[in-house]
Design a protein around this ligand. Sequence first.
Ligand SMILES: Cc1ncc(C[n+]2csc(CCOP(=O)(O)OP(=O)(O)O)c2C)c(N)n1
Ligand code: SF4
Ligand SMILES: [Mg+2]
Length: 284
Amino acid sequence: MTQVSLDLYKSNFERAWCPGCGNFGILGGVQQALVDLNLAPHEVIICTGIGQAPKLPHYMNVNTFNGLHGREVATAQAIKIASPEMKVIVHAGDGGAYGEGGNHFIHGLRRNVDITVVVHDNHIYGLTKGQASPTTDAGTITKVNPEGVASRPMNPLALAVSQSTAFVAQTLSSNTKHMVEILKQAISHRGFSYVNILQPCVTWDHVHTYKFYNEHTYLLDDTWNPEDQMAALNLVLTPSDRIPLGVIYRNSKSPWDEVTHHRTDLSLHNIKTEQVKNLISKFA
Ligand SMILES: Cc1ncc(C[n+]2csc(CCOP(=O)(O)OP(=O)(O)O)c2C)c(N)n1
Ligand code: SF4
Ligand SMILES: [Mg+2]
């Protein structure tokens, strides 16, 4: 099989992101990961909702389903079940994934359909001009929180580890090498793979800057065992000003298609075929 080239994924659409936005790095990273995995654009579909992060597939040559804000995990699961041969990837913002789509995210973690969910965590609602999202730090002042955000931020990594999610990782939009490696592992892993990408929003968030991440992040090294769930939970629950990057937790539990296949020998495709045959027989 010939090697897929980066040019296949390139598009000429104008990119409506602020200069310096972390989304540029993520766009380059996901394209490189798909090329490294030798996946052609027709084998991949990226599902998104609304936001700055969800614009990503508009700027590359790939199949896209752009649906409602926060509903991207639901559509991605349906597409994967109907088209198991496709690589199905979600790109969502922290607002869409953890706020408006929080319910889909939680149940996606435990349902374990074989999709990859990439969250561009910029700790803010970027598109709608800087309101607090579920991951905004308590005390942050925004236009709608003049006295500071009162709620504590959500801990989505801890949530994912606690639900025995198949693959849980964190990376940084400006560390291309690390991000590409993590995305490749996530896309290749069977089951629900979740990657939280720390992404500076240079317009609305003046705390989580490139400098901040350079000073506060560190790479998990070879001594880290991502199969130790309790250690992973301890890592992401323990308050620290040092932020880990790497595969935090993974397991090889049977994904949804294997579990359901064991329960019935009627695959979705067979059901569809039977229904079509019945319909045809009515009109024959
Ligand atoms: C159900 C619903 N709620 C709210 C909105 C308005 N809305 C669109 S994008 C957005 C915030 C996007 O923030 P995030 O998901 O973090 O993505 P970012 O723009 O930061 O990448 C909101 C509140 C909407 N379109 N639909
Ligand atoms: S508002 Fe923030 S997230 Fe949106 S394009 Fe600008 S820098 Fe990026
Ligand atoms: Mg956001």
